[in-house]
Every structure is written in C-alpha cells, then in structure tokens.
Design a binder for this molecule. Structure first.
Ligand code: PBG
Length: 322
C-alpha cells in the first residue's frame, strides 16, 4: 500500500521514540510534601501511602539531606499537631516543631528550598483552614492570621510561602505582610485553583483533621473551569510568583488553561488520594506501579505544569539517580 504518511515510522524503536518524545522534565521540577510532628526519632508513614511521611525535626533534617542528594530542590512542609483549638493558635507558635524543623533544615541543608503550606487546618479543632464561627468562615480575620503565619515562617527560613486556604484577597495581603517585614525575596506559591475534592483523605488522616461539615464555601466546585480563570487573574494580579492547580490528574484541563493564559510557572499538586489510589491499584495487581507513576507525571507535565508536588517525588528522584 502506498501511504506517504505513516505515523508509526516515528514509533518503530526506542531510539527514535526517545528522539521525538515531546515531554521531558528534571528532578528539580518535583516537590516532595513532608509532615513535621513533635518529638525525637519519629518517622511514620501513612499505611496506604508510604511516600507520605510524618517526621520529627531531627528526622526531617536527615530526610532533607537525602532528598537534596537525590536531586530534589524543594520540600513542601506541613505541621502536624495534637495541639488543636478553635483559632488554630499553634500556627503562630514560634516554638512549634515545624518552626524548629525549618530552622534546622535551613542551617544544615542550605541549598534546599523550603516551601510551607499556609492554612490553619493542622491546628484547628473544627478542621477548617480558617477561623470558623457559627458555621461560617471568617474571611478577612483569617487572612490576618495567615499573614502572621507567613511572616513567622519566612523569618524561620521558608523561601516559598504557599497559602492553601482559598480565602479571598490572601495573596495580596500576604505579599504586603512579607514585604513590610523585609521579606521581599520570599516567593508566593498560590494554591490558586484548589477544588473541594474527595481525594484529600490520606492527607487529612495524617493531620488527624476531622472537618466539621465541608470546605465547599472556600474550595472550588469541581464542575467549574471559568471560575478557576477568575482565581488565576486575581492571584497573578495580587503578586503570586507561582500558581497551583490541585488535585492534578483529574484537572489537566485546568493546568492547560493556566499554562496557556498566564506568564508565571504553573504547579500541580498530585494529592494524597491520587497517589494512594495508584498504590492500592498496584497492590491489587491492577496496574504496574512504576509505569503508572511515570505516566501520571508525564501527563501532568504534558498538560503544561512546570512543577509537580507529589508523594512519589523522592522515590522517582532516587530511581533516576540509580
Ligand atoms: C489544606 C490542605 C489540604 C491539602 C493540602 N493543604 C487538604 C484540604 O484542603 O482539606 C491536601 C493535600 C493532599 O491531599 O495531599 N490546607
């Protein structure tokens, strides 16, 4: 058969396929989330997701060294605490385990970039990301607390402040707070399109966070795309250095929109439930674990992400450097 165009010519062997592969990324584009708790020599993993680790500050330093040596350039830190109250007061404790871990990692692994999640949910007894009274989230009062939390973390050594709370106006307010405290070089990674998703389960287990009701009055409706673009315009205008879409694999259309429509790097959060489902699928022998992880990363990068936060980041980096 005479066929001048045969797409399969470009797929006929591994060398040609490697030459015409369209999506490439480096380990420096992967970010590993890590949870910090109190104590010494504590190291726990989520039972359904070994890459989701809770570490005491001493173990966090060792982990940070390992991550840097494997080629990762950034950890995304979260506090885990049993000190919970209505106002999430522990978020502003300058003596918390999280703050200690930040200082220790900063001094011992100076080239590793630290990002820190800014929201109150690890520390509130109602489990919400903001201040919550009579069944309502108090937007503006929450933003004030988040500004203090951001400044405290920047002081301790965090270079990337990552507000995940979805309050209105928080990016501009945090930018102003950072600048007025001398942290004009601190970056803001905004969780710009964060959806009210069913895929945050293992994360909330890790925080021991039990939400009263749901987060739908601040996190976005999974049905909405145009609204994500509105959030994007606002966050970029308010000074976000990096914008994030979360979760990742069900929201590739949103990642693509962001990549096409803005001039700042786009990150995607491959969240705990997405990662745990891959683990469970592999356990059940339904999928090949490594290939499924690689395909997930390829798809997220292909859709336009520049950075991925994933519980598989360190594992991928280590396999790569073998
Ligand atoms: C909340 C926050 C959540 C995640 C990151 N920050 C959960 C939530 O909104 O309830 C989820 C991350 C994951 O599932 O891995 N501040």
């Amino acid at each position: 058969m005479f066929l001048p165009k045969r797409p399969r010519r470009l797929r006929q062997n591994a060398s040609i396929r490697a030459m015409v592969g369209e999506t490439h990324f480096s380990v420096a584009q992967l970010i590993q989330p890590v949870f910090i708790c109190a104590g010494k020599s504590v190291e726990k993993s989520h039972p359904a997701l070994p890459g989701c680790k809770t570490l005491s500050p001493d173990r966090a330093v060792a982990y940070a060294k390992e991550a840097y040596e494997a080629g990762l350039r950034c950890l995304l830190l979260f506090g885990v605490s049993d000190k919970k109250d209505a106002r999430g007061s522990e978020a502003l404790n300058p003596d918390s385990s999280l703050i200690h871990a930040i200082k220790d990692i900063r001094s011992k692994v100076p080239d590793l970039i630290l990002a820190s999640d800014i929201a109150l949910d690890p520390y509130t007894d109602h489990g919400h990301d903001g201040l919550y009274e009579s069944g309502k989230i108090l937007n503006d009062a929450t933003v004030e607390v988040l500004c203090e939390m951001s400044t405290l973390q920047a002081k301790a050594g965090v270079q990337i402040i990552a507000p995940s709370d979805m309050m209105d106006g928080r990016i501009g307010a945090v930018r102003r707070a950072l600048d007025s405290n001398g942290f004009e070089d601190s970056l803001i990674l905004a969780y710009t399109a964060k959806y009210a998703s069913a895929f945050y389960g293992p994360f909330r287990d890790t925080l021991q966070s039990h939400v009263q009701g749901d987060k739908k009055s601040y996190q976005m409706n999974p049905q909405n795309r145009r609204e994500a673009l509105k959030e994007l315009l606002l966050d970029v205008e308010e000074g976000a250095d990096i914008v994030m879409v979360k979760p990742a694999t069900l929201y590739l259309d949103i990642i693509r929109e962001f990549a096409d429509q803005c001039q700042v790097p786009v990150a995607a959060y491959h969240v705990s439930g997405e990662c745990a489902l891959l683990e469970a699928g592999a356990q059940a022998k339904l999928i090949d674990r490594e290939r499924a992880i690689q395909e997930s990363f390829d798809a997220i990068f292909r859709s336009g992400a520049q950075l991925i936060a994933s519980y598989f980041a360190l594992e991928w980096a280590k396999n790569k450097s073998k």
